[in-house]
Design a protein around this ligand. Structure first.
Ligand code: ADP
Ligand code: MG
Length: 267
């Protein structure tokens, strides 16, 4: 295995589409099968941090410090309740980071440089996967995530306007690929909050598959109340209720993603 982590950005400029839920549960599923995973929370809202049980008081070292160059990513990473799953939490300070680093030549590469500086396996936590939970915006934070990533994973909610924002995120990925990171690809699109009783949900799935073909994962994440309850317990849904339909879907998604990673790595 390579001693460099695979870095995936979980991005969509729309809020509430399942980015954070996907980051937390995918991270947990990967850790459960033996990967060492770091979730990097770069959303000022810090929902991934809260959802993993790290409240505001537990965020002395944050991704803000990392982007500002005050701490290394290894210093900001902390353990979670899930074995092999680490978190670099976010704080509201991130709201100002764009202005603070706007004038610097490496402003788009702050996260990439922090990832490159991570110690290798023999010297501490070597992460096999890094998942970056992005804010609901295509701002400099998301650009930093994409510039640091091998691939982007796009969650899309099964709702009427789902396809509307897709071209925007695809063109942002394209811009980052041509301007900042020639290795960047789209890992895939995951359809979330699918409601089998709602005809529209099925239509959205068909539409997105018609547009994006194989890029859409076979696994569709159902709307599931256990998934929405889990964050208030500070736990991934997979720990909160392993058997629920949502957790099971995230486990299947993780195995699809690993399959794709093998193909991407081989390419
Ligand atoms: P984002 O990070 O894109 O803003 P979240 O992952 O925070 O989106 O999800 C938005 C809200 O929807 C949260 O309250 C979350 O708990 C809930 N949610 C996400 N996925 C599901 C699901 N599959 N079933 C039910 N609720 C979900
Ligand atoms: Mg979020």
């Amino acid at each position: 295995m390579s001693d460099k982590p695979r870095v995936l950005s979980i991005a969509n400029q729309k809020g509430g589409v399942g980015k954070t839920t996907t980051a937390i549960n995918l991270g947990t599923a990967l850790a459960a099968i033996g990967e060492t995973v770091l979730i990097v929370d770069i959303d000022p809202q810090g929902n991934a941090s809260t959802g993993l049980g790290v409240d505001r008081h537990g965020r002395d070292a944050s991704t803000y410090d990392v982007l500002m160059g005050a701490l290394t990513l290894a210093e900001a990473a902390q353990e979670t309740a899930v074995p092999r799953l680490f978190l670099a939490p976010s704080t509201l300070d991130l709201l100002g980071v764009e202005l603070e680093i706007a004038g610097s030549g490496d402003k788009a590469y702050r996260l990439r440089n922090a990832v490159s500086a991570l110690p290798r396996a023999e010297h501490g936590p070597a992460f096999s996967y890094i998942l970056v939970d992005c804010p609901p915006s295509l701002n400099l934070l998301t650009i930093n995530a994409m510039a640091a990533s091998h691939a982007v994973l796009v969650p899309m909610q099964c709702e009427f306007f789902a396809l509307e924002g897709l071209s925007q995120i695809l063109s942002t990925v394209e811009r980052v690929r041509t301007g900042l990171n020639p290795d960047l690809s789209i890992q895939g699109i995951v359809l979330t909050m699918f409601d089998g009783r709602n005809k529209l949900s099925g239509q959205v799935v068909d539409d997105v598959r018609a547009h994006m073909g194989d890029k859409v994962y076979k696994t569709v994440i159902p709307r599931n109340v256990r998934i929405s309850e889990a964050p208030s317990h500070g736990k991934p849904a997979i720990l909160y209720d392993l058997k629920c339909a949502g957790s099971q879907a995230y486990l299947r998604l993780a195995s699809e993603i690993i399959q794709r990673e093998r193909t991407l790595r081989a390419a």
